[in-house]
Write a protein of this length. Sequence first.
Length: 290
Amino acid sequence: MKRPISLALSALTLTASLAHAQEEVLPQAPSNEKLIELQTTQGMKRAMEKVLNLETEWGIFDKFKPNRCKYAIQIPDSVTRGTIALTFDDGPNPETTPVILDVLKAHGAKATFFILGSKIKGNESILRRMVAEGHQLANHSYSHPNFHELSSSRMNSEISQTDRLLRTVGTPRFFRYPYGNSTCSSNELVSSLGYVNVGWDIDTCDWAFADGQVSDKENATCQAPQHLRRDYAGYVANVVAQTQGGVLLMHDIHKNTAHSLDRLMTMLEQDGYRFVSLTDRNIFPKLNRR
């Protein structure tokens, strides 16, 4: 009888382990300094992908093209000229996010905040303020991992744990991958959990301007003109002028972003742009099909 009993105990242990894994404690998000380093690396990779994606008459780059699901950084809706959708990743941050909310309120603008689950505890009041002032809460994973490197169960945990925390305050509809990195299976998972993937039209490179100026390494991605490498607001306004609008990617964890936002929004308003929400079905019908 010892062997059957032993097997039964082993089975119970395995079952308990699997159940525990479903509620695994995910790691904290990396520090702001580490995020800037990672953003630089990922930005340079995306710049190289753009080069490799260029079509040539002979198709000589075809074998270098990435898997079609490798990045989820596109917006399905084309840019509506003269409109700007403000989005902020990686918060909330108790030092900078309230400053950003104050600026948005002063301009009468609504934004979408892609929240990290690991940043929610202790900052619930900031999320409640976002909802009360008409902003949209969105899911940005729990600990900001690279989804290219995750198992299916870990992907699920990253999204689902943040989802449960967000739903104590509001109703999230959108999901954005850290670094924009996705896989075909993760895209299917995101959809099955009721989310819509959201990328961006313009990476404002605020992570590169976090210290006030763009380094040579970071500028390989940002391509800021020399006279704007110390001027974040001027740089963004210059990029927006080229696209005539779109979804702006920013981060509410950087002091320079928070302190530059009022000037940036004022410059854009003076150039004739109006601020819209990702939930605006007239501007983003494809994002809001569900």
